[in-house]
Design a protein around this ligand. Structure first.
Ligand code: 1CP
Length: 343
């Protein structure tokens, strides 16, 4: 059986719209919470191939998505570089901040692949466990988004610490981004070698960056990763996701050379069809909060999205990840709606 999601990423869409959802594995599923409860440390959970494999497969069994995304986290990369990462219940990620020469000098690739090797094991487990029509997606965070956590030592709303270091000490900031480019490119190549069919680069915090900085912080590092991965694996599609980039999305697509791009919830579809989908495959872009209420509005919105993007390569997805309060039965209705649509 053909992998219709992979074919669509390669620019060969068919009658059906392939689909997967960001955060399709996660707390909205009771079976996820059950496995999660066996592992108090979230990072240990990401490094447990059997558990990570199981929770990746759970949504596929329930809903039959065309794509399975590796279960791990974007903060595996700083952890692999030697920056301590942990998750505090009710708070989120915590890291020992890297914002000085001294803290930066402790990071290196020396133990990277050993440290994160179990993620590659999860990918290879998945590549044998998944039904043959399901596309296996690997992923990593983009350097800018990962750097916002590394520099602040936690999640932040306006990414003040990263922006201020980027302006105030562009040399050190540039070296942090370069280290992330090299690590991320190697990390994605290893996932591909372990069996990932395609990879996505999440730039979740690409919003409201001045255009000159958008080039330095978002486009250049992403382009460098695309070039490095493509040099080794020219056939593997690479998906970008500069979330909330606004009109800069069109330039992102042209300049980074990604094969596909994920649209956040606010991207107008008529604009996306003419300015973005005319060049690459698009994914998107249902509001995850609409899946919390579900019903007729969710169904009509899903159909509107698929109608609006049926002129080119489109993979149905959300505009951002599922929220924990999503009722699993609404995901079932959404999945059926997508499966029944014909272009
Ligand atoms: O205890 C739990 O179960 C915590 C919830 C959770 C989950 C399910 C976290 C903590 N990470 C994940 C898995 C995850 N993270 C996946 C796997 C698979 C899937 O999508 O089904 C992926 C792709 C990510 C990527 C990720 N992690 C991103 C980029 C995508 C996005 O959502 O914008 C980001 C920003 C993170 C950081 C992160 N991980 C987890 C938390 C609480 C956070 C911080 C978010 C914030 O700063 O607001």
């Amino acid at each position: 059986m053909a992998k219709i999601l992979l074919e669509t990423l390669k620019g060969n869409p068919g009658e059906k719209v392939p689909f997967w959802f960001m955060r399709q594995a996660g707390r909205y599923l009771p079976e996820y919470r059950e496995v999660r409860s066996t592992c108090p440390s979230f990072m240990d959970f990401c490094y447990s191939p059997d558990k990570a494999t199981e929770v990746t497969l759970q949504p596929i069994r329930r809903y039959g998505m065309d794509g399975a995304i590796l279960f791990a986290d974007i903060l595996v990369v700083p952890d692999g570089l030697g920056q301590q990462v942990w998750f505090e219940t009710g708070f989120g990620p915590k890291l020992d901040p890297v914002a000085t020469e001294e803290t930066f000098s402790k990071l290196s690739m020396a133990n990277f692949h050993d440290k994160v090797g179990n993620v590659y094991k999860t990918v290879s487990n998945l590549s044998s466990a998944l039904p043959e029509n399901v596309t296996l997606l690997g992923f990593a965070g983009a350097p800018w988004t990962v750097a916002t956590y590394m520099i602040a030592g936690q999640g932040s709303k306006d990414h003040a610490a990263a922006r201020q270091l980027g302006y105030g000490n562009p040399d050190l900031f540039g070296r942090i981004l370069n280290m992330l480019v090299d690590a991320t490119a190697e990390y994605l190549c290893r996932q591909i070698e372990a069996g990932a069919d395609a990879v996505q680069i999440f730039d979740s915090w690409a919003a409201a960056i001045p255009e000159t900085m958008f080039d330095e912080w978002i486009i250049k590092p992403t382009k460098a990763i695309v070039e490095k991965v493509r040099a080794k694996h020219s056939e593997t599609p690479i998906i970008g996701f500069p979330r909330l980039a606004g009109a800069a999305l069109a330039r992102f697509v042209e300049e980074t050379g990604v094969d596909a791009v994920s649209l956040d919830t606010g991207v107008p579809l008529e604009w996306a069809a003419s300015e973005v989908q005319s060049k690459v495959c698009v994914q998107g872009n249902m509001d995850p909060h609409l899946v919390v209420s579900g019903g007729d509005l969710m169904v009509s919105e899903a159909n509107r999205i698929m109608e609006s993007l049926k002129g080119g390569a489109h993979i149905f997805n959300l505009g951002h990840g599922f929220v924990p309060e999503t009722p699993p039965e609404n995901v079932a209705l959404l999945s059926e709606t997508i499966k029944n649509f014909r272009r």
